[in-house]
Design a protein around this ligand. Structure first.
Ligand code: FES
Length: 92
């Protein structure tokens, strides 16, 4: 099973492939705040330290929101839009 490493909490959890990050955070209590959970508020903006290739591609919602923001790095994603396909390390 894929491992999700929440760097901020130094917490590593194993999850079934296809798990959604909001569900994982709800269960394990990692520090990653959510607001809308629909890709429109930006509260869940986070950095993928490792494993971007093990996440779903950026969603339309992420693209639309990031287009309105400045200084968005290539490693940034919206936590509420992420689906785990392999090992990943996330910094909130
Ligand atoms: S919680 Fe609003 S964009 Fe993710």
């Amino acid at each position: 099973m894929p491992k999700v490493h929440f760097e901020t909490d130094n917490l590593i959890v194993e999850v079934p492939r296809g798990s959604k990050i909001p569900d994982i955070v709800d269960e394990c209590g990692a520090t990653l705040p959510f607001g809308c959970r629909m890709g429109s508020c930006g509260t869940c903006r986070c950095i993928i330290v490792e494993g971007m290739e093990n996440l779903n591609p950026k969603t339309n919602e992420e693209g639309e929101l990031f287009d309105t923001l400045t200084s968005v790095g290539d490693a940034e994603r919206l936590g509420c839009q992420l689906v785990v396909r392999g090992d990943v390390k996330i910094r909130s």
